[in-house]
Ligand binder design. Sequence first.
Ligand code: ATP
Ligand SMILES: Nc1nc2c(ncn2[C@@H]2O[C@H](COP(=O)(O)O)[C@@H](O)[C@H]2O)c(=O)[nH]1
Length: 388
Amino acid sequence: MGEAAAFFVDHLENGQHTNGFGVKSEDRDTSVQIGDRSYVIGGSHEGNPLFLGVQIHDKTTNKWSSPTVLGTGPKPCKGYSAIVLKQGRILVIKKGSASDDSIWFLEVDSLFVREQRKLLGKEVVAWSKGVRGNAEKPIVISGPSGVGKGTLITMLMKEFPSMFGFSVSHTTRSPRCMEKNGVHYHFTDKTVMEKEINDGKFLEFASVHGNLYGTSIESVEVVTDSGKRCILDIDVQGARSVKSSSLDAVFIFVCPPSMKELEDRLRARGTETEEQIQKRLRNAEAEIKAGKSSGIFEHILYNDNLEECYKNLKNLLGINDDAPVNGVEVEGINLPKEHTVTKMEDKIMIQETGEATKNDMIVLDLSSINGGAPGRTRGIVLDTVKSS
Ligand SMILES: Nc1ncnc2c1ncn2[C@@H]1O[C@H](COP(=O)(O)OP(=O)(O)OP(=O)(O)O)[C@@H](O)[C@H]1O
Ligand SMILES: Nc1nc2c(ncn2[C@@H]2O[C@H](COP(=O)(O)O)[C@@H](O)[C@H]2O)c(=O)[nH]1
């Protein structure tokens, strides 16, 4: 192990600090300096008591700003420790919280944040929660309407309910008779969805067969938080957007055996009018061409015989009949209320302070973390080192 790196945790002086918004920072706020900027983490976001606030002070202009905060962040608590990591990220540890809610990353200059800053034309930061274990990469499944994506995903989720979770998309199309709001889709209004897109709430969105569809960042986070591997059923345009985003995913395209069979399946499903079926079939040709040639998809599956296609899907996801499919349960470790944090290469040492301290140290190993905003930061390893 190398030499101890600089100790970055920097609490503001006991409530003496007033920022440009006339809000007095409390001593539970934490400030982290990166270059000419201080990121102040604390209080609440835009008066919402459920959402931790972030403010930026620029030394060169002596100005305060409130960035647009993407992702679902931590709820405010009694105090935080913060430490600067590589790649434009700040590790934020909530004091005295259960380990499944204590480790957060505030991305201030990651690839995702830079992309979103450019896209939205404003200052952006993004939260990503640290989750233990190694839930694998999200899966993007695309293919023309009626090819059987939904059928394959349903089979996978039914056979492995604790392993896979579905990212529930938003759509402006009307619900079909068996579809439930919040389960199959979040059915929404065009103006509401457009506003949320402009607010940076969506990982991707596209106009598909005349309606707006999109994956919210929150939909992906909800699945990852439950420790499951997230499946996105989205069209080729959406897959292209996800491919160029920083969400590291596996991309699968499902092809029909023929256009005739695709048409038969769409008709047999009986959920679309004749006009809609014709529109979906016209779009299918371009989608299949793009699916096969765009370089987006690492895997192409042919859904002729359903059972065979399902078997091929499981194979490419590394699920074979004798491999265990559920992750190992990891024991929870609660982080002490009062602690100091030091950084040594990829290891963060959390040492309890105060009178009742047992001198045990908690080590947070960041060497195998992956993912990040949008979504969660996976692969967190926490261990207790007992004092001798
Ligand atoms: N291999 C198959 N052979 C025959 N029928 C199939 C096969 N796979 C799926 N189907 C049927 O085809 C119809 C369309 O399937 P599904 O709804 O899963 O398509 P989809 O790709 O999810 O469509 P959309 O993109 O419109 O949501 C369903 O009625 C389903 O039962
Ligand atoms: N780009 C996105 N495409 C999506 C999303 N959710 C679904 N879809 C695709 O839309 C079509 C039609 O779906 P349907 O339910 O109306 O039959 C299909 O190809 C889906 O894959 C999304 O969030 N983003």
